[in-house]
Design a protein around this ligand. Structure first.
Ligand SMILES: Cc1cc2nc3c(=O)[nH]c(=O)nc-3n(C[C@H](O)[C@H](O)[C@H](O)COP(=O)(O)O)c2cc1C
Length: 214
């Protein structure tokens, strides 16, 4: 089994989401011996924003410059790495109501027609199904317990949509929220997140958890 471990937090050793992805990957490996792990730190090495030079996978035109060739190769490497993974663990902090732009840049390289989705006469069809995605979500405030909060966050909701668009129905969340609301709130958030880690990494956890109770 191949696991792709991704971090995107810019907060280094203070990062809550990095701590949660580390715990999630360790628990997954303990429950699933034989798992091999690839690691991608998007805060260190993020793909550049999509540009005219990196649109080869959309236009289908042959690269005309070295920059275009490099960008095409990077898009291909990232989508191949993603498609090869059985399990993807993603550290996704809430920054300004959404995900870090580094994580968005990675997703923009994955959204390739013919690789992760296709359009048909009945609408879009995902091509990357059969994987488990575990999102380690960290948030300064609390968003999950009210309709207003849920409407404000474009982090978990966005990730659920985009991986669903890729055909992935098994999207699970390890969530620590309210981590900026004082030491007690942060401690409670980490206890809740640990509960999520255990629930989503246990060997028998083969049911979709996409709609974890808000
Ligand atoms: C640049 C930045 C933007 C943030 N924006 C929000 C926000 O919109 N809402 C919120 O509740 N917390 C926000 N926070 C707090 C983070 O969600 C919180 O610190 C979380 O732990 C970040 O994950 P990390 O520790 O892995 O970096 C922000 C933090 C940073 C550094």
């Amino acid at each position: 089994m191949q696991l792709l471990h991704i971090d995107s937090a810019i907060t280094g050793e203070q990062s809550v989401s990095r701590e949660l992805t580390a715990r999630t990957v360790a628990a997954w490996k303990a429950a699933h011996p034989g798992t091999t792990v690839q690691y991608l730190d998007l805060a260190v090495q993020a793909p550049s924003h999509l540009s005219a030079q990196s649109m080869g996978f959309r236009t289908g035109q042959a690269a005309a410059t070295d920059v275009e060739r490099q960008e095409n190769a990077l898009s291909e490497a990232l989508v191949s790495q993603f498609l090869a993974a059985d399990v993807v663990v993603i550290g996704a902090p809430l920054y300004n109501f959404s995900i870090p732009s580094q994580l968005k840049a990675w997703i923009d390289r994955l959204a390739q027609a013919g690789r992760t989705f296709k359009y048909t006469d009945k609408g879009p069809v995902g091509l990357a199904g059969g994987k488990t995605v575990i999102v380690a979500s960290s948030r300064g405030g609390v968003y999950s317990t009210s309709e207003g909060g849920q409407a404000m966050e474009h982090q978990e909701s966005y990730l659920k949509v985009v991986f669903g668009f890729f055909g992935i129905t098994d999207v699970r969340f390890v969530r620590a929220e309210g981590v900026a609301m004082g030491p007690d709130a942060k401690a409670a958030a980490l206890v809740n997140a640990d509960r999520d880690v255990q629930a989503h990494t246990a060997a028998a956890a083969n049911q979709p958890h996409a709609t974890q109770a808000a």
